[in-house]
Every structure is written in C-alpha cells, then in structure tokens.
Design a protein. Structure first.
Length: 174
C-alpha cells in the first residue's frame, strides 16, 4: 500500500468515527437527555462534556483535522487536480469548517460556560433559564456538525473509490 493510500484510508476511518459519534449523539443522546428534568439534564451534559475530553476522542477529532488536508496534499502531489484531489478538498473543507469550526466556535464555549455553573445551589427558575440558554442552540450546532461530518465522510469515501483521474485542460477525465 502506498503512503498516499494509507493516509487516505486513515483519514476516511477517523472521518467515519467522527460522523458516527455525532450522528449517534444526535439521534439517541439528544432525545434521551431531552426527557430529563432540568437539573438532571444539566448535570448529565456537564458529565458528558467532561468525559468526551479523552485521548481516543481527541485522536480521532484532531486526526481527521490533520489527515484530511494531508490526504488532499498527497493526492495533489501525486496526481495533480484529479477527481480524488477535489473530493478530498471538499472533505477537508466540510470537516474543517463544519465540524472543527462549529465545535471550536460554538459547542466548546457553551460547554465551558456550562461547566462553570454550580447547579446544586440553583433554584428551579435558574435551572430552567440555564437549560433554555444552552439546550436548543447546542443541539442545533451538534446537528450542523453532524451533517458536515457525514458530508466529509461521503467525500472521503468517494475519494477512496475514485479511479486515478488525469487532468486534461479544464476538464477532468477518468
């Protein structure tokens, strides 16, 4: 196996793991947490947000951020602007902007603000306000990054199965 193919394979695997994580969260964890009372919901989110910061998650989350652009670069270096290169560029853009960007600028600041709350001393009204300020926006951002993670995965898979393309003028032929 060539180095470029290994990079593409690893990039696709970590993209798949991230898409699966966000998808599973959107279709199972979010609805399940939504059924909890305010204090239990906020405590559960604090716990989940702390637990996710582990080496395995960070390896995949950052791995996709590194391997997708590296795969794009190696595809370009070995074949120019081929179909594979364009697909990897699209996968990279989807992941960098829609997954990493949304996470870092949206979900992480919300998680950090939630983590600072001392919930045991809060009244029922305060808990309701904290949840209202957090839940809907956080869930929307998670759904957005889920869509972009799936798009990144689809583009990466298509890059894996695309034949080596030859660039001829403006058109790319396979």
């Amino acid at each position: 196996m060539k180095t470029s193919e290994l990079i593409l394979l690893l990039a696709t695997i970590v993209a798949a793991l991230m898409a699966g994580l966000f998808y599973a969260y959107s279709c199972s964890v979010v609805p399940g947490l939504g059924r909890l009372p305010d204090l239990e919901y906020l405590n559960a989110m604090q716990s989940i947000n702390r637990a996710i910061l582990n080496p395995l998650f960070l390896c995949c989350f950052m791995g996709a951020l590194l391997l997708l652009p590296l795969g794009t670069w190696t595809a370009y270096r070995t074949g120019g602007l081929t179909t594979r290169c364009w697909l990897l560029l699209l996968a990279t853009a989807a992941y960098v902007l829609g997954v990493f960007g949304v996470t870092i600028t949206g979900n992480v600041p919300m998680n950090e603000a939630l983590d600072k709350l001392v919930l045991d001393n809060s009244t029922a009204d305060q808990l309701r306000m904290h949840r209202a300020a957090f839940e809907s926006r956080w869930n929307t951002l998670n759904h957005v990054r889920t869509v972009f993670a799936v798009l990144a995965l689809v583009f990466a898979v298509l890059a894996c199965i695309s034949r080596t393309a030859v660039r001829t003028g403006i058109r790319i032929q396979e």
